[in-house]
Each structure stands twice: as C-alpha cells, then as structure tokens.
Design a protein around this ligand. Structure first.
Ligand SMILES: Cc1cc2nc3c(=O)[nH]c(=O)nc-3n(C[C@H](O)[C@H](O)[C@H](O)COP(=O)(O)OP(=O)(O)OC[C@H]3O[C@@H](n4cnc5c(N)ncnc54)[C@H](O)[C@@H]3O)c2cc1C
Length: 412
C-alpha cells in the first residue's frame, strides 16, 4: 500500500520522537510518529532532568505539569568513593548554582509528551524498514514499513535510537561503539517512605558504580554501571529475574541500605543495556542530514550515561529542529522547491547542534572513564584529582546550554 502524508514522518516514539512531534505541532507542522512497539516503551524507571532540559520542556509547554508530578528538587550531587572512604559534595541548589535537577519518571515524561499531541499522531506496531528519497516534486522522502506500506512525506526524522535504520541505513552514519560497560536501571518503591536525602548520589566500589536519585518520598530511581558486560549478557538482559540476581551480585560488597533497593524494585522496571556511544570524529566527519532526512537523540549522538544527558539532549534537538524548520519554511517564497527548503532547514539544525553533540559525547566518555575506572591508576586520578579539584561550575557546565524557544508562527 502507498500513502501520502502532508508533514514529516518520525521514526520512533521515545523521548526524541515524541518531543520532536510535539515541538513540530507547537509550530504548526504536522507529523506522524511510527513506533515499532505496541505501546509507549517506558522501560528504565526514571531519568535525571537538568536545567537545559527544563528549558526545552518549557518551550514544549509541559514543564509545569512534570514539576508538579515530581516535586523533589535535588539539592546536591554526591560522589562517594567507597574504595577510598571519600565523599565530595557539589551543591546543585538552585540558589547556589542556578540549576534545577529532578528525577522524572520515564513513563510520566513519555505520557506528558504523547497526550499533548493531536489524536492519531502516533501509530504503534509500525516498524520502519528503510527510508529513501522520492522523485515526486511534492513529497521528497519515502518510508517503507515492515508490512510493505510506503509513506511519502515532506521529510523523515529518525528518532529510532542507537540501532537507527534512518541514520545508519539512509544517512550512512557509523554504528555506535560499545563502551565496554553495561548499565542496569530500576525503580525501587518503599511503602513507608525511603527517607533518602534529596541528592543524586554515585557510589564507587571495585569498578562498580551505584547511583540513585529520589523521584518522590516513596520511589527511588537507581542505576548500576559495571565494566565489562558479563559474558552471558545476551541471556541475562532478556530475563528480568536474572537481571535482579546479577544486580544483587554486583552490589554484594556495598552497604546494606544500597543492597536493599534490589528487593524493593518491581521486576517490570528492570532494564539492562550495553552502553554505546559515538566517537566525536564520527559526528564531525559525517553529515546528520541528507536531502529531507535527518535524525535526533540517540539515533545521531548516543552517549554514555555519565552526564545524565542523553534524554536531556534529545529534548534540545527537538526544539532546535522544529525552530529551524518553522523559520525556514515560513520564510520561503512560492517559487522555492519544498525539498530544497527542507534540506536548508535541516542543514541549519545540524550546523547549530553539531558541536554541542561533539562536546556532550566527549565529556560523557571522559567522565565515564575517570569515574568508572577499575585500574589503580584511574582510581587514583578519580579520588585524588577529579573528586578533589572539580568545581560545581565545571561539574554542571553541560546543563547550562539553552536551546531557546519555539517561534509563534502560522500553521504550515
Ligand atoms: C543506565 C542509563 C541511565 C541513563 N540516565 C539518563 C539520565 O539520567 N538522563 C538522561 O537524560 N538520559 C539518561 N540516559 C540516556 C537516555 O535513556 C537516552 O539517551 C534516551 O532514552 C534516548 O531517547 P531516544 O528517543 O533518542 O531513543 P530511545 O529511547 O531508544 O527510543 C527509540 C524509539 O524508537 C523505536 N524504534 C527503534 N527502531 C525502530 C524502527 N525501525 N521503527 C519504528 N520504531 C523504532 C524504539 O522502539 C523506541 O521506542 C540513560 C541511559 C542509560 C542506559
């Protein structure tokens, strides 16, 4: 079956896909989000949402409802080396550093984005197989789905995550590299309250990192990062019971209040993944747009989770991309070829974001190498230099980025 769509096709209904659809909707541009799963995928429990992402959520018009649902404003970032018995505390109190960090439930974020979209914007059970350029003068891209449907549209935005068929298949971007580490995430529920301090804590012991942030009084989002992934990673990662067992084994030498989180975590919130990232030169040496096709979020700049910025930066992409499209499409003359105008807008988006992506993937990688290192040398650097001499200003510099606002425009 062949169909035509008067707007942009977005592959993937994760944070990047839904935020891009909502940003386009806010500037009057239609989109159709194609998601391979049968419903929203809210795996992974929660995520840290920093100042830069709150700016994007404000532009999208959903910041205040998420703040109401997530009242805990985190006050400090604590790095705790159990290897050395050393703690470093960085204040992130809004009054000290000007930063806002809250732990937001992934499901709440996806639902807030999805419910703000016009009805029928998201189509589930739609797996994108490939994308190609179209020869039609009106619709410059074609998206082919697994069931054989072909959708012609003004353009395609690949928000289909680390294994993106849009960025790796059509744009020709290199596949991400394994960081040689794996991450496990979960959401623990304490019926009588967890009593945890309003802080993002990271504990390091024997090459294992345990992090945790309160979502509210009763729920605590936690993650474990360990290198290397276990040999039987493929089997463990598909079986929540084995993820639970493996998590307990990683935490066996940690204090008991940390070990307790595993037993208090619902099986369906457990998630395990090999951490993947893009080398900065892969971003610099390859174009993230071609014709009327581009990508956003993990599809173009996957990063290790050491800055807690992967999802945050996907929100930034959405705002910048929608602004570039709205401004360029509104400024066109009737004589302009629409495909060329879209390409001009996508170039503007990629030019504006490229160095931000390079900086984030590099900074996250370096932070991970230093924080996660299990060799004595790296632990020495972490405990004697990184933990002692970093200032809050340089710790949180990644969160000062301002993606700007969305223009008020006539529907396109
Ligand atoms: C341990 C860990 C902790 C993290 N902590 C944080 C944090 O605190 N803060 C933060 O900002 N980020 C964090 N991240 C990173 C964050 O989770 C990701 O960067 C973010 O989810 C990327 O969103 P996305 O929409 O680009 O991709 P995804 O979330 O991967 O979404 C892609 C979507 O596309 C769909 N899809 C894929 N292929 C196709 C196809 N062919 N056709 C149709 N649909 C398709 C998928 O089903 C999925 O729904 C963390 C990551 C890990 C691993």
């Amino acid at each position: 079956m062949e169909t035509e769509f008067e707007g942009f096709v977005i592959a993937g209904a994760g944070i990047a896909g839904l935020a891009t659809a909502l940003a386009l909707h806010r500037v009057g541009i239609k989109s159709l989000v194609l998601e391979q799963a049968e419903s929203l995928r809210a795996t992974g429990g929660g995520l840290g949402v920093w100042t830069n992402a709150w700016k994007a959520l404000t532009a999208l018009g959903i910041a205040d409802q998420l703040r109401e649902q997530h009242p805990v404003l985190l006050q400090s970032f604590e790095l705790i080396s159990l290897d050395q018995g050393m703690t470093r505390n960085f204040s992130i109190q809004a009054s000290d550093s000007g930063h806002e960090l809250r732990c937001v439930k992934r499901a709440a974020l996806l639902e807030a984005l999805a419910t703000a979209l016009p009805p029928d914007t998201i189509k589930y059970n739609c797996k994108v197989l490939r994308v190609r350029q179209s020869l039609s003068s009106k619709y410059s891209s074609e998206t082919e789905l697994e069931d054989g449907t072909v959708i012609r549209a003004k353009g395609v935005i690949g928000c289909d995550g680390v294994r993106s068929v849009v960025s790796q298949g059509f744009l020709g971007l290199p596949a991400p590299t394994s960081a040689g580490r794996c991450g496990i995430r979960g959401l623990a529920t304490y019926a009588d309250g967890h009593g945890a301090s309003p802080s993002l804590q990271m504990h390091f012991l024997n090459g294992v990192t345990f992090g945790r942030m309160p979502v509210n009084d009763k729920e605590l989002f936690w993650f474990i990062v360990r290198n290397p992934p276990p040999q039987d990673y493929a089997e463990i990662s598909h079986d929540p019971l084995r993820i639970r067992e493996f998590s307990s084994s990683l935490l066996k030498d940690f204090p008991s209040q940390i070990k307790d989180v595993i037993g208090l975590t619902a099986t369906d919130s457990l998630n395990m993944a090999v951490l993947r990232f893009k080398w900065p030169w892969d971003i610099l040496n390859n174009s993230a747009y071609k014709g009327s096709v581009t990508a956003a979020g993990d599809a173009v700049h996957p990063m290790t989770p050491d800055l807690a910025q992967g999802g945050n930066s996907a929100l930034e992409d959405a705002i910048v991309l929608a602004r570039c499209l709205a401004e360029t499409l509104n400024g066109r003359s009737n004589a302009d070829n629409e495909g060329q105008i879209v390409e001009k807008a996508l170039k503007k988006y990629v030019d504006e974001m490229k160095w931000r992506w390079v900086w984030l993937v590099s900074q996250a990688y370096i932070t991970g190498v230093v924080q996660q290192g299990s060799s004595r040398f790296i632990r020495f650097i972490r405990d004697n230099i990184a933990l002692k001499f970093r200032s809050p200003k340089d710790m949180f510099i990644h969160a000062t980025y301002d993606c700007g606002t969305l223009p008020t425009v006539n529907p396109i």
